[in-house]
Design a protein around this ligand. Structure first.
Ligand code: FE2
Ligand code: FE2
Length: 131
């Protein structure tokens, strides 16, 4: 099955190894969720994979915010706000899934767009901040 998202260091590395590792883990969890969805796995399995992705995203955002605080990154508060919005969106998708039992293609459009736009747009900025 084709991957939803493929890691590409040239495009996505933020030059902070711990954060690159976490981004790769998020991609892995997204791809896993997408495989389960596309292969029509039981809703319970899809639900577990969605929870795993949501929980790891919470961990990643908190690690990233701690890293930005550590290097005194001036854009920390704006970045935190963006993370908060993303978690709200994921929460909305999770609620929708709970109600309908169907993840829906929209979720994957969102995840794909979010990951590339967020990493390439805003995460890169702390990567180039002196540390
Ligand atoms: Fe971020
Ligand atoms: Fe990130």
């Amino acid at each position: 099955m084709s991957e939803l998202f493929t890691w590409d260091a040239a495009k996505f590395s933020v030059k902070v190894p711990d954060m690159d590792r976490e981004h790769q883990q998020i991609i892995l969890l997204m791809n896993k969720l997408h495989d389960l969805y596309k292969s029509g796995a039981p809703a319970s399995e899809q639900g577990k994979a969605l929870t795993a992705l949501a929980e790891y995203t919470v961990k990643h955002f908190s690690d990233e915010e701690a890293y930005m605080a550590k290097i005194n990154f001036p854009g920390l508060n704006v970045h935190k706000g963006v993370h908060k919005n993303l978690l709200e969106r994921i929460g909305q998708f999770a609620a929708g899934f709970k109600a309908s039992g169907n993840l829906g293609d929209d979720l994957f459009v969102f995840l794909k767009m979010w990951l590339s736009a967020h990493i390439c747009g805003i995460d890169m900025k702390y990567g180039v901040h002196p540390h």
